[in-house]
Design a protein around this ligand. Structure first.
Ligand code: ASP
Length: 440
């Protein structure tokens, strides 16, 4: 069957199984458009309340889930050589996908030139209320790249846990889990403890998902109500470039990647993770979607060993959608303000986007903060930087929803590929149409 047909059928099946979440998205978009034209403060406040409640509920399980998943995953891999092999493969696959993403972003921006003639529009529409956020984001990213990497090493892991800083948390848990794996049987009490924590957090995730449709509806409605649809006319070229880029990743790059590196059928995989894709779109957070991404992958046959290792790391470090956006956004501003885009500068932007995206947490808006890392070295005047950055904030949410969907999908694509390569996938479960019914 032709690839695009497989994807269409997969989407159809995924939507059919998750029609309630899908309806939440569609109704949310319609309600948001209506509310943008007729803002009712009480309704808006209610939507924000429901949306935030949903996000908080899933965020509540993220840290216990990530910690327990990584500890169980790594101790079950056990053998150092196998762990090294999985780790190397993971970095290699995530790397390929991200390099392709920034290449697509750069090529599309250079071909369509979305930023040409946009300078005045940017200055006029730079949201003044975010200027302080912008200034602090710039200052935060001003330190050199080495300092940013230094920040990944938690001097006090408890502080990172309290702050919810995912990258240092993951670094600590990885080191701790590798040590546990090396100490032999004495690790049993702790591993059993975390097996119970994992099982309980997955159960809570199942419960929270009953709330997914209203949650995604409320989040989508409040996001759309903040920008309306006029935005699509005003900066249509910029959004179009992003949209084409994300669609290329989803409909061309991942299918080819799966075909090249594994036997996994893209349609079946997309259908299996459709629920996670929709929640990623609604929440704009890879971390918040993580419990669901793990649930979808494991219920459809990807072993716990792989999903509990590859998915939490992916949700924090693999941000190809974000890297694509950052490349397009920076080139857009450079074109708007007449910066000469030499091949060297374009390569620099792409490389910095790979670093900036992987240093950002899987939470809403994080990718826009780390974009400062790239913008700081672009030779723009301070006024242009502030206006350009503040402008990106005005259209942040919609692009965040799209790029998070891409980020989450690629995490699952890489997990499925590694599981296939390592014989850690149960194809009976993955290919069995009956199993569609089993995903709650
Ligand atoms: N919201 C994105 C994610 O969670 C990160 C970002 O690009 O802001 O994957």
């Amino acid at each position: 069957m032709k690839l695009h047909m497989q994807i269409l059928i997969a989407l159809g099946l995924g939507i059919k199984r998750n029609w309630h979440i899908f309806s939440g998205i569609i109704l949310g978009i319609l309600t948001g458009i209506f509310l943008h034209a007729h803002p009712y403060p009480t309704v808006m406040a209610l939507l924000t309340f429901v949306g935030q409640m949903f996000i908080r509920l899933i965020q509540m399980v993220v840290i216990p889930l990530v910690v327990s998943a990584i500890i169980i995953g790594i101790t079950s891999i056990g053998d150092n050589r196998q762990l090294g092999k999985f780790g190397t493969k993971m970095v290699f696959y995530y790397g390929i996908i991200t390099v392709i993403a920034v290449t697509i972003g750069a090529v599309l921006s250079l071909v369509f030139k979305p930023g040409l003639g946009a300078a005045e529009y940017i200055t006029a529409n730079a949201a003044s209320e975010v200027q302080t956020t912008v200034a602090s984001a710039m200052a935060e990213q001003q330190g050199n790249i080495l300092n940013i990497f230094l920040g990944f090493l938690p001097s006090n892991p408890m502080h990172s846990f309290a702050q919810g800083d995912m990258v240092p948390i993951i670094v600590f848990v990885l080191i701790f889990a590798i040590a546990l794996a090396r100490v032999g049987d004495v690790n049993r009490p702790i591993v059993s403890f975390f097996e119970s924590v994992f099982a309980a957090t997955m159960k809570i995730t199942d419960w929270i998902m009953y709330f997914a449709a209203p949650g995604v509806f409320a989040l989508t409605a409040s996001a759309v109500s903040s920008f309306g649809i006029d935005i699509f006319q005003s900066i249509s070229k910029y959004l179009l470039v992003l949209f084409i880029g994300f669609m290329l990743q989803l409909c061309v790059v991942y299918p080819l990647f799966l075909r090249f590196f594994s036997k996994v059928n893209v349609g079946i995989l997309y259908s299996a993770i459709a629920e996670a894709m929709m929640v990623a779109f609604g929440t704009a957070s890879s971390s918040a979607t993580l419990p669901l991404t793990i649930a979808c992958c494991e219920k459809r046959g990807i072993s716990h060993k792989i999903s509990s290792f590859v998915l939490p790391l992916g949700a924090t470090l693999n941000m190809d959608g974000t890297a694509l956006l950052q490349t397009v956004a920076v080139i857009f501003l450079a074109q708007a303000y007449g910066v000469v885009l030499t091949p060297f500068l374009i390569i620099e932007i792409a490389l910095l986007a790979i670093i900036a995206s992987s240093t950002c947490a899987g939470i809403p808006g994080a990718g826009l903060i780390t974009i400062a890392l790239i913008l700081n070295g672009m030779g723009l005047s301070p006024e242009q930087l502030i206006a350009g950055f503040a402008f990106l904030f005005t259209i942040e949410r919609i692009t965040d929803m799209m790029r998070t969907l891409v980020n989450v999908t690629s995490d699952a694509v890489v997990a499925a590929t590694i599981a296939d390569n390592e014989n850690e996938i149960n194809y009976d479960l993955l290919n069995n149409p009956q199993a569609y019914e089993d995903i709650a």
